[in-house]
Ligand binder design. Sequence first.
Ligand code: PNS
Length: 163
Amino acid sequence: MKIAVYPGSFDPVTMGHMNIIERASKLFDEVVIAVLVNSGKTPLFSLEERVELLKIATAHLPSVTIDSFSGLLVEYMDKKKINIIVKGLRAVTDFEYEYSMALMNKKLNHNIETVFMITEDKYAFLSSSKIKEIYKLGARASDLLPPHTEDILIKKIESLKNK
Ligand code: PNS
């Protein structure tokens, strides 16, 4: 049984993430989306909200499950007995960061394999940070977010404005 972990902050999940998740679910028997509890940056969405948004967005994919982790990814994977990491590569600019992370994870645990999937070109410029920025500034890009995520994002930004 081939199980892969797809780790990230998912603050919030975008169609770029969904593209990788859907394609990875065809390559592996199971895909565990591992949401990082605390990345050092303050997320817009709480862990529970990020997990919930992912659950809704992946409800049509029976082999995909959502989990969360804190600390080292390799330690989480050791506990779960998983040795494959799936990462999306958007552009050359991602490469250096992802390359060093893959090498460090390999150094920490030699059994870990990182599999890179090239993001579809229509999502190559997309990131959760850019989405948050444009929505906060009043722009919309509905085709870049799962529908439910967009509604919740708009509500979240409105609720922060009213504080
Ligand atoms: O969505 P992101 O923020 O790009 O995801 C980054 C993530 C969660 C994959 C990465 O920061 C991570 O694995 N963090 C856990 C801590 C860890 O294991 N660090 C060592 C990696 S070299």
